[in-house]
Design a binder for this molecule. Structure first.
Ligand SMILES: [Zn+2]
Length: 265
């Protein structure tokens, strides 16, 4: 499948990852040729955040985000990240990735720290009017509850691994759910796409992981795989998916996310 030019945003990719250092320019060109207008570059720590900002200066397709990976349970690093996000607010399109990960973090005490750190990012999101790009591994229901309890408004749930029933309160609150290419090999993600309304869906790649083939480096051009899968699962055309997903992306990230002028709605 070939998308119209500049028609879609990869809403979650680790394009700053070292696995792209040798050929990032070519990877982005290939994505552009496939119809991708922009790639939201999420990060996991301070180094990633600085790198995403620096790369965005060199590659016009990159929209930088900054966040602290949820397995990092460190107040000082959370504070540092908050300060960076405030400082770089005009250049950032999102806070992410941040969230909850109960797959790795299992102790009750550690989970509480993780939740408190996430609450801080939710408050910052509201204060700065920046969308949250949320990781919620084995913690879908908990992440949704925390976000709702803390009045998060602009939210993308990335690669949600929970049940549709856990997602529905978030859908009602206007949160968005991004579908990665790995949907073609995940029964759980297929079920989720079938059950959630088209009006809450985005697409992402999570490059370099969550690709169609788990043994191959994933890249933003594979966004077409996610779009095709959504069309098949919902029994609609790829054009219909494209139109809806682009509209949803603009609703969350603002109309300028496609052309590079950032964030404000
Ligand atoms: Zn990710």
């Amino acid at each position: 499948m070939k998308l119209p030019k500049n028609s879609i945003v990869d809403t979650h990719a680790h394009i700053g990852d070292a696995s792209f250092d040798a050929d990032r320019g070519e990877v982005l060109q290939k994505a552009s040729d496939a119809g991708v207008a922009a790639v939201i570059a999420v990060g996991e720590n301070m180094d990633d955040a600085r790198r995403n900002l620096e790369l965005a200066g060199r590659h016009p397709m990159i929209r930088p985000a900054a966040g602290l990976y949820p397995t990092i349970l460190d107040w000082d690093r959370a504070g540092e990240m908050q300060a960076l996000i405030r400082r770089e607010r005009p250049r950032l399109v999102a806070i992410g990735e941040v969230g909850l990960d109960f797959w790795v973090v299992k102790e009750a005490h550690d989970k509480e720290i993780q939740k408190e750190i996430l609450k801080g990012f939710v408050q910052l999101s509201r204060e700065l009017d920046l969308p949250l790009n949320i990781h919620s591994r084995s913690a879908g229901r908990h992440a949704v509850a925390l976000l709702l309890a803390n009045d998060a408004t602009r939210v993308q749930m990335h690669a949600f691994d929970g049940k549709a029933s856990a997602a529905l309160p978030a859908v009602e609150a206007g949160f968005f759910f991004s579908v990665p290419p790995s949907v073609i090999r995940s029964r759980q993600k297929q079920k989720l796409v079938r059950h959630l309304p088209l009006s809450c869906l985005l697409v992402e790649t999570d490059s370099p992981v969550l690709g169609p083939d788990p043994h191959q480096r994933n890249e933003p051009a594979n966004i077409t795989v996610a779009i095709k899968a959504v069309a098949e699962l919902k029994s609609i055309t790829e054009d219909e998916v494209l139109t809806a997903v682009s509209e949803n992306t603009r609703r969350l990230y603002g109309t300028n996310v496609l052309d590079g002028k950032v964030a404000s709605k």
